[in-house]
Ligand binder design. Structure first.
Ligand code: ZN
Ligand code: FE
Length: 264
């Protein structure tokens, strides 16, 4: 019953920002505790909050890229919200307006929300994900995408694999909120690298139908990604056949798949 009560008492809103980002705004039932996951566009987020009649209590930043922190200062100036980010980004002073550093395993309590921090470096070295175990949701920034993963700007393939494994170990039904709508182009790559994956063929129809109607493909789930996301499937015989790497390690396969996606 406890879960049900919590489920009924919170809301998640997705606000499309910039060309293909999603902003995520979470609130308890009456808008007392309001959290923005990253701040891709202060104007879109402000408009949304003003329409709701809400203020902003907290920002949880996943990493320092501009399309994730660009609205921090304007939103903080307006509402005085408190900003969390990774220890690495905090120490390197690359999160505008940051108040507090968090690290892997930290538990933060914001109003009724209990949030667990996961360090997930790879896309950048200071990347974190925010897991809401009571709500069964995780916000992964640019680490994992539906059918894809983030580019390795700062981390090595081995570091990224470790981060993806960490996410992969969450319960199958966990909803994953990725920060970009990249699914359609990720799908094309996935089909090329793992032809013959029947789950992928099935997902193709769902993704295309959604995008034709302009609907988001986010959130996705751990179960779905494990079945169809090539970056979580280095063990797949089908992928290994495509790239001719049957005797290689999972990290070697991941490295090659990521390399091919970069030039796809
Ligand atoms: Zn990024
Ligand atoms: Fe991004």
């Amino acid at each position: 019953m406890q879960d049900k009560i919590l489920m009924d008492n919170f809301q998640i809103h997705m606000v499309p920002c910039l060309s293909d980002n999603y902003g995520f705004i979470l609130s308890d039932a009456d808008g007392r505790t309001v959290i923005s996951i990253d701040t891709p566009d202060e104007n879109v987020i402000m408009d949304f909050l003003e329409k709701k009649g809400w203020g902003l209590s907290y920002i949880l930043n996943t990493h320092h890229h501009h399309d994730h922190v660009g609205g921090n200062i304007a939103l903080k100036r307006k509402w005085g919200c408190y900003i969390f980010c990774s220890t690495y980004d905090f120490e390197n002073k690359r999160i505008p307006g940051a108040d507090e550093a968090v690290k892997d395993g930290d538990n933060i309590q914001l109003g009724d929300f209990r949030i667990k921090v996961l360090d997930v470096p790879g896309h950048t070295l200071g990347h974190v994900a925010y897991y809401f175990p009571d709500q069964n949701r995780i916000f992964v920034g640019d680490t994992l995408f539906a059918l894809g993963c983030g580019r390795l700007f700062e981390g090595t393939p081995a570091i990224m694999c470790q981060s993806l494994d960490k996410i992969k170990r969450l319960p199958d039904e966990t909803l994953i909120y990725c920060a970009h709508e990249y699914t359609k182009s990720n799908l094309e790559f996935a089909l090329e690298i793992e032809p013959g994956n029947e789950d992928l063929a099935c997902r193709r129809a769902h993704v295309l139908a959604k995008r034709e109607k302009g609907l988001p493909t986010v959130p996705t789930t751990i179960a779905e990604e494990k079945k169809t996301n090539p970056f979580l499937r280095s063990h797949s015989k089908l992928i290994r056949d495509t790239i001719g790497m049957n005797d290689s390690s999972n990290i070697e396969v991941f490295t090659e798949v990521r390399k091919r996606k970069d030039s796809f």
